[in-house]
Design a protein around this ligand. Structure first.
Ligand code: HSE
Length: 336
């Protein structure tokens, strides 16, 4: 399967490492032979229509900080150049999420679909701003559009709701969908000030380059948009979410909650309305997970409430979700 990889940060590199380490069993078990024909990062690109040498690609990135030194004749293809000039079956979009105009991911995804490529995105920006129209565009162009890694990283939250609860009617859900703010709130409950907890989270590399995405709830809101569309068939985008982040949560709020055997958590919920805001929840609630963990509780008409807990971020974890999507596409193609 020929792949164009947009972005070669932690997730992109983890995916390529996964392709290398799993190449034999991916072929033997699933008939999947991933052939990366083009990849680019912020400084340049590497292209080979017959398939890039993935081990070399990793080494070049490590040594030079970019893939552009992969070949002697350097090229500077943008994502759009690649989509227009290289034959591929699947586009994997891993550039950074942007909630202002969703670029450059939006251009990559829409052009790939129009060119007849299936698309896998772990970039949340385009989905958060235009989920309904992207689904229409995929249908119109008869391509598959997968995005497992956008919610819950490697934890298959979207698949659980859509496939494991097939036939059920999910009536509401609530979750902790942002690991960074959960880590900060957990440390505040352990006695740190907001600033100290934020600095600690930064030193561990958890906080997004634009800290507002975590702290002001935008990342959680984007995931809520994706869930609401995918699981509840709501046609919503970011402006439909009532969103409050954690900047105003004080140690006083957290202490008061603790007296009631509760913890303050940034909860993304879909009940009567779509909302992200700090809320007190019982420490005995399965949803009340600590550290960087994510958790989500789905309540359904007949099967009650179930809570899924797992890591919501991480390069290898998110790469594993891309692999799941790729296998789904492979199996779907084989069936038709
Ligand atoms: N900033 C996000 C988080 C990364 O902390 O959960 C994963 O989307």
């Amino acid at each position: 399967m020929r792949i164009i990889l947009c972005g070669f940060g932690v997730v992109g590199q983890s995916l390529v490492k996964l392709f290398v380490s799993r190449s034999e069993d991916l072929y033997a078990k699933y008939g999947l032979k991933p052939r990366v024909v083009g990849v680019f990062d912020s400084k340049g690109s590497a292209v080979d229509q017959s398939g890039l040498d993935l081990e070399k690609l990793i080494l070049v990135k490590k040594e030079f900080g970019t893939v552009k030194n992969y070949a002697k004749t350097k090229n500077n293809y943008s994502g759009l150049d690649m989509i227009k000039n290289i034959d591929a079956d699947v586009l994997i979009e891993t550039t950074a999420s942007n909630y202002k105009d969703a670029e450059p991911g939006m251009t990559h995804i829409t052009n790939a679909m129009k060119s007849g490529m299936h698309v896998i995105s772990v970039n949340k920006g385009p989905l958060a701003l235009a989920f309904p129209s992207l689904m229409e565009l995929a249908t119109y162009n008869q391509v598959m559009f997968k995005f497992s890694g956008t919610v819950g990283g490697g934890t298959p939250i979207l698949d659980y709701a859509k496939n494991s609860l097939k036939g059920e009617r999910i009536t509401s859900f609530a979750g902790i969908l942002n690991g960074t703010t959960n880590y900060i709130l957990t440390n505040m409950a352990n006695g740190l000030s907001f600033d100290a907890a934020l600095n600690d989270a930064k030193s561990k590399g958890y906080v997004e380059a634009d800290e507002s995405l975590d702290l002001d709830g935008l990342d959680a809101a984007a995931k809520l948009v994706i869930l609401a569309n995918w699981v509840m068939d709501m046609k919503v985008t970011m402006p439909d979410i009532k969103c409050t982040g954690i900047r105003k949560v004080t140690t006083e709020n957290i202490k008061n909650a603790a007296k009631k055997k509760c913890a303050v958590k940034l909860i993304a919920s879909c009940n009567k309305e779509l909302e992200v805001s700090p809320k007190e929840i019982s420490v005995d609630d399965p949803l009340c997970v600590n550290g960087t963990l994510n958790a989500i509780a789905f309540t359904s008409e007949h099967s009650g409430t179930q809570t899924i807990i797992g890591k919501g971020a991480g390069g290898m974890e998110t790469a594993s979700s891309i692999l799941r999507d790729l296998l789904d596409i492979r199996q779907e193609i084989a069936r038709t």
